[in-house]
Design a protein around this ligand. Structure first.
Ligand code: DQA
Length: 147
């Protein structure tokens, strides 16, 4: 059974109460449940994490990279949140491990402030999705299951 990593960056622990007009009412626990259901549909194992710390996210990408090297990783679904727009370290971790990446955003970042229009991760992503709300996580896992 292959594994899907779903990683979430800073402030996503606040989902449900954080700017609900933009991010909706679902909590991170709801997102995890949604991911569990999607993985169950496809017979995939789920590893799900959130951190406000860049280095923790780098470490988990390395962990996913080890599974990838063993042919055990279906893909990495990654909402790097604000680090998307700032982090060379996360880009290097994805490039260095070669993990198949879906870059995901709950909101449509292109309809928001211009500083959200640039992503360091997109260059290393196999797919990029935004604007589907938290439903995007399930859609991303549906796609990864076909890889
Ligand atoms: C986000 C968009 C980012 O610009 C923002 O910093 C986030 C969440 C999203 O899911 O829409 O924290 O990645």
């Amino acid at each position: 059974m292959k594994t899907v990593y779903v990683l979430n960056g800073p402030n996503l622990n606040l989902l449900g109460t954080r700017e609900p007009a933009i991010y909706g009412a679902a909590t991170l626990a709801d997102v995890r449940t949604l991911c569990e259901q999607a993985c169950k549909r496809h017979g995939l194992e789920l590893v799900f994490h959130q951190s406000n710390h860049e280095g923790a996210l780098v470490d988990w990408i390395h962990e996913a990279g080890q599974l990838h090297a063993q042919g055990q990783l279906a893909g990495l679904v990654f909402n790097a949140a604000a680090y998307t727009h700032t982090s060379v370290a996360l880009l290097d971790a994805v490039k260095g491990t070669g993990v198949p990446l879906v870059e995901l955003h709950i909101s449509n970042v292109h309809a928001r402030e211009s500083f959200r229009h640039h992503s360091y991760l997109s260059a290393a992503a196999r797919a990029v999705m935004c604007g589907f709300g938290v439903a995007g996580y399930g859609l991303a896992i549906d796609a990864v299951a076909q890889w």
